[in-house]
Every structure is written in C-alpha cells, then in structure tokens.
Design a protein around this ligand. Structure first.
Ligand SMILES: [Cu+2]
Length: 129
C-alpha cells in the first residue's frame, strides 16, 4: 500500500501521546491529581536503584519501599556522609517493605547507607484542600 491512511496516523499519534503522559505521571502524583492526600505510593528497589528515583507527592502521602534485591538496603534521609534525620529505615532485605508518611512539605533526598551511589528524592508539596 502506497499511502498510510490519515486515521491510522492520528491513532498512532494518540497512542504515543498517551504513552508519554503515562510515563511522566509515574513520577508526579501531585501535579496530575492522580493521588489524593493520604494515599500510598510504591517505590521499588531493584538492581541497586530506587524506582522511581524522584517522586512528587502531596503531604499526607505514605511512600512504601519494597526491596527486590537479595541484599540489604536502607532508605536514609539526607545525602551520604550527612544524614538528614527525618527518617531512616535501617537495613531491610529482599521481599521486605518499609514505609514513611510525609506530613510536611519539602524536599527529602535519601540514600542507602550501604551503597552510597543509591540515591532518591521525595518532593512533598502542600496537599490540595
Ligand atoms: Cu543499598
């Protein structure tokens, strides 16, 4: 067939746009209103990285980290060498979870005490009333 139909191109474009929006929405639960305050967001730990690495959530959100590696990791507020003190999970291992409820808006960098290349960030924005 020599010509690709216009409707095919339109539907292809729509699929691409929806796909892109879905990928972006994974990181920001606040901007799109996908999560009301008091909800829960999952972060997986796999292959020595936090995924998604940067989260944006409204205050009141509980973030649950699940360790998918066969080695212990921690979720420790701050940066390597300078813990922030807002939270520290201690070490937890494969299949275990640790959660924290973010009540105060702000930026919360975190890292793993054992693997200092592992870093993440939770940005907490005021909840929408
Ligand atoms: Cu680790």
């Amino acid at each position: 067939m020599r010509y690709i139909s216009k409707s095919f191109l339109l539907s292809l474009t729509a699929v691409l746009l929806i796909g892109t929006a879905a990928v972006l929405a994974v990181h920001s639960y606040a901007a799109g209103g996908a999560l009301s305050d008091g909800g829960t967001v999952q972060v997986s730990i796999k292959l020595f990285s936090f995924n998604p690495g940067v989260l944006e959530v409204p205050a009141g959100t509980t973030v649950v980290w699940t360790n998918g590696d066969a080695i212990q990791h921690s979720v420790t507020n701050g940066v390597p060498g300078k813990p922030g003190g807002a939270f520290d999970s201690g070490f937890f291992t494969e299949g275990q979870t640790w959660s924290f409820t973010f009540t105060e808006p702000g930026e919360y960098p975190y890292f793993c005490r054992r693997h200092e290349s592992m870093k993440g960030m939770v940005k907490v924005v005021p909840k929408v009333e």
